[in-house]
Design a protein around this ligand. Sequence first.
Ligand SMILES: [Zn+2]
Length: 174
Amino acid sequence: MKSKCRGANLNFESSEIKRCVRVLKEIDFELAYLVLLTREGLKPLSRWEKPLAGDGLELLRQMGLLTKQIRRTVKTGKEVVETIFSKLPAYLGLYEQRFGNRPIDKSAQTRRFEGFLFGYPPCCVKEYIRKPYAPNNLGAQEQEILFHWACRDCKITPVLLGAYKSVYNSLNSF
Ligand SMILES: [Zn+2]
């Protein structure tokens, strides 16, 4: 058995991928979940805001993802480094072009663009901008495994949920 997992051609069940996911889970369960969602194509691009060292980045690459670290500033002027990852080089480029070396902001314009990159349904993004966390029809556990807040009577989220659930549940098998 090889000690490293590499390449995007490996299937989801391969033992090397499983090893990578196990290590990612040890770093942070949510990171492992985001990596799998992105690897499966359910999220075109994901952002990790906590620090991620060389080994963590290497794991993402071994899982077949492209990574980039983006410098941003917060209101106090302090610099923060975000890690973005995707299978799509153009999406990393779009993120860097729009947000690289720029202050972090939560404007409607930013939320719309982030929603597009992160694979959020546009209806949910629109509703969230209008009224964050407005009541929806999802159960708490369903809402919990999503990264966007679903709009009421969403027509896209229930379809997405099935796919998210199977990725989420698969994490327990690693
Ligand atoms: Zn929606």
